[in-house]
Structures are given as structure tokens and as C-alpha cells.
Design a protein around this ligand. Structure first.
Ligand code: FMN
Length: 180
């Protein structure tokens, strides 16, 4: 039996782990999910629009004021069955927790229909993960009903080792399916 098609809004931010998120997006598309992507400007320093468009067959949302994007942040919140920020930088997590809406990704969050699952997969250096601002941000987001996924422990791109690594793509994929 064909799986009913679900819509996933996949958002990427400026982390070295963007390349890992592509594995999750590819898997979702291959399994029949409709995936649209939104990115921060800084995410595009780590991953090209062409990769995301090629994987999802949809244009990428970056700029709230782009012609095509006008009021799209509202339409997308209606379209989606689940949203995920993956990888989520310390910056974006803390902006979301502060209610800041100064780009496409953060504006979408304030327009989020809170009956729908919203997941965050953090990826950052261990000191950023341990910082009091991030600790408080995680708690605030969880209090608001956001599901903040755990992080892996181990080697980090900066050469440190510790908490804050993005979970492996298979674990993220399973969390998405579980929460749909
Ligand atoms: C090579 C490199 C890797 C980075 N990786 C991360 C990361 O994994 N997590 C993070 O929180 N910030 C990381 N940063 C810092 C963010 O890119 C920076 O805070 C940026 O302002 C985030 O923008 P955004 O949150 O709007 O995407 C990295 C920066 C560089 C230069």
C-alpha cells in the first residue's frame, strides 16, 4: 500500500553539518515524502541551492522579501505536516527562543501552527552547546512544545571533542518519522 504523502519543511542553518542533512533529505524524498527547504543566508556558505533543489525538486526559500516568497512563510506553515531545523546553529536556536523573526527561517517559526510538530536538530561546538544562553534557549523552546533532539558526543570539526555534534542522518530520519 502506498504511504500517504506527508509534507516536510526542512530548514538548514550555517553549520558545517549541512552536508550531513543532505543525506536525511535524500532519504525522505526517496521514501515518498514531499520536502521543501528553507535556509539562512549563512547556510548557503556551506551548501549550494542547486544541491537542495536537485534533491527536493523544489526551489529553496531564503529571502522573506523575494517576489516568490511574499507571504510564502504563511502558506508553508499551512502546507507542512512537520518542520525541522537541521542542522540548527546556536545562533538560530537562540534567536528562535528570543522570538526574533529577522529572516525567512526565523519568521516561519513565529508563524508556526503549534499543533504541528516542530523539531530542532542542534549542531555546534561543545562550548556553544554548554553556554548558558543555549541552555536557556533549549529550555524555552521545549516549554513551547518544540522537540529539541539530542546531540552526539565525539569529534567536532573544530578539533574539539564533546557534546554538540549533529546526530547521525539515520537517527534524525527516524525522529522525523516518529514525530509525523
Ligand atoms: C567553518 C564554520 C563552521 C561552523 N559551524 C557551526 C556549527 O556547526 N554550529 C554553529 O552553531 N555555528 C557554526 N558556525 C558559526 C555560524 O556559521 C555563525 O554563528 C553564523 O552567524 C550562523 O548563522 P545562521 O544561524 O543565521 O545560519 C560555523 C562557522 C564556520 C566558519
Amino acid at each position: 500500500m502506498l504511504r500517504p504523502k506527508k509534507n516536510i519543511l526542512f530548514q538548514l542553518t550555517g553549520s558545517i553539518a549541512c552536508y550531513k542533512a543532505c543525506g536525511v533529505i535524500s532519504r525522505l524524498v526517496q521514501e515518498g515524502y514531499d520536502v521543501k527547504t528553507a535556509v539562512t543566508e549563512n547556510a548557503l556558505k556551506f551548501i549550494g541551492k542547486s544541491t537542495l533543489e536537485g534533491l527536493t525538486h523544489h526551489a529553496v526559500y531564503v529571502d522573506t522579501f523575494e517576489d516568490r516568497s511574499a507571504l510564502e512563510h504563511i502558506e508553508l506553515t499551512k502546507w507542512m505536516d512537520l518542520a525541522i531545523v537541521c542542522p540548527a546553529t546556536a545562533n538560530v536556536m537562540n534567536k528562535l527562543a528570543a522570538g526574533v523573526a529577522d529572516d525567512f527561517v526565523t519568521t516561519l517559526f513565529l508563524a508556526w501552527d503549534q499543533k504541528k510538530p516542530y523539531l530542532i536538530a542542534p549542531a555546534m561546538n561543545r562550548n556553544m552547546w554548554a553556554h548558558p544562553a543555549t541552555r536557556r534557549g533549549v529550555k524555552t523552546l521545549e516549554d513551547w512544545g518544540v522537540k529539541v533532539l539530542g546531540t552526539g558526543k565525539g569529534y567536532q570539526a573544530c578539533g574539539d571533542a564533546g557534546e554538540g555534534r549533529l546526530l547521525e542522518p539515520e537517527a534524525i530520519y527516524k525522529e522525523i518519522i516518529k514525530n509525523l
